[in-house]
Design a protein. Structure first.
Length: 291
């Protein structure tokens, strides 16, 4: 069902902002040790330095240089204090009591029963729509019980692929395109000023019992923090199941809200991300600037 939207707006201006920002983030990641100047960044990606500064600052809330510094400091705190990462895990444990947890800020959730999951979405009506976000085109899916899916498309031409990726998780469900219905969720998710514990965002987790346990632990990882897969495995009482935990993290259907981007390897490597490693870096940097 196609709908003409007249009374909604996107989080970021329609255009190429995310592609510009993602190019900058990719460059800063590759040239991390060089600490490139604004002029060098602009020359590399073919943009005017002043325009680039304005675009990036509008998106991230700080300059490219400050963004790099924030990510660098955050990275150093977690990964360079000890080769065995005990301080990373210590920081995570201390962070659980922080009021900055994503879960405390704006998320409450429920899980569908095993029987409902086995039905593969049979009888379930899911409304969906695409909206611009700080991380590119976002695909949101909702049921009458709340948000059940959030994925991303790199550009307009990849929206169909992103939809198939999400819809295949519940092949028996009925899908209705309704951009206006999902807009309030997009607004709540990507605007931190609307993260209100008194009016929590309702999330419906649809997965196996094991997957849901992993996703629930991801909700406990504080904003601006990271957690290893092995730590998640310990948290759910399956210390030898790091690989299975990694697979469950990769199957998280509610990206960003259930923060699978905060999961890393034991070595400190960011490892993969279902929606692209550049987007994972973008999310972590965006959160580091706001934590």
């Amino acid at each position: 069902m196609n709908m003409e939207i007249k009374h909604t707006k996107d989080i970021t201006p329609v255009g190429t902002d995310y592609r510009i920002v993602s190019d900058v983030i990719a460059m800063l990641t590759e040239d991390y040790q060089d600490q490139p100047s604004l002029d060098a960044i602009a020359k590399r990606i073919g943009h005017d330095p002043i325009d680039l500064q304005k675009t990036f600052t509008r998106w991230a809330g700080l300059s490219p240089k400050a963004f790099l510094q924030a990510v660098t400091i955050d990275h150093a705190k977690r990964l360079l204090r000890d080769e065995n990462l005990p301080l990373l895990e210590t920081t995570y444990e201390l962070g659980l009591s922080s009021p900055g947890r994503l879960h405390d800020l704006f998320v409450t959730h429920e899980a569908m029963s095993p029987g409902e999951w086995k039905e593969r979405g049979k009888g379930l009506e899911i409304r969906y729509g695409f909206h611009d976000s700080p991380f590119g085109r976002a695909l949101l899916m909702i049921t009458e019980r709340g948000l059940c899916g959030l994925g991303f498309a790199d550009h307009a031409g990849s929206e169909a692929e992103a939809f198939r990726d999400m819809a295949d998780r519940w092949p028996e469900a009925s899908f209705i395109e309704d951009r206006e219905a999902v807009w309030p969720y997009a607004e709540r998710i990507f605007d931190p000023e609307k993260w209100d514990p008194k009016q929590p965002l309702r999330v419906v987790l649809i997965g196996t019992d094991f997957q849901i346990r992993v996703w629930e632990q991801l909700l406990e990882v504080p904003l601006g923090r990271l957690c290893t897969y092995s730590h998640l495995a310990n948290r759910i009482g399956s210390p030898k199941a790091s690989r299975a935990v990694g697979a469950a993290v990769g199957r998280n259907p509610v990206s960003f809200v259930v923060p699978c981007h905060r999961a890393i390897g034991k070595s400190g490597a960011l490892t993969g991300y279902h929606w692209g490693l550049t987007r994972k870096r973008a999310m972590l940097g965006w959160e580091a600037a706001r934590a």
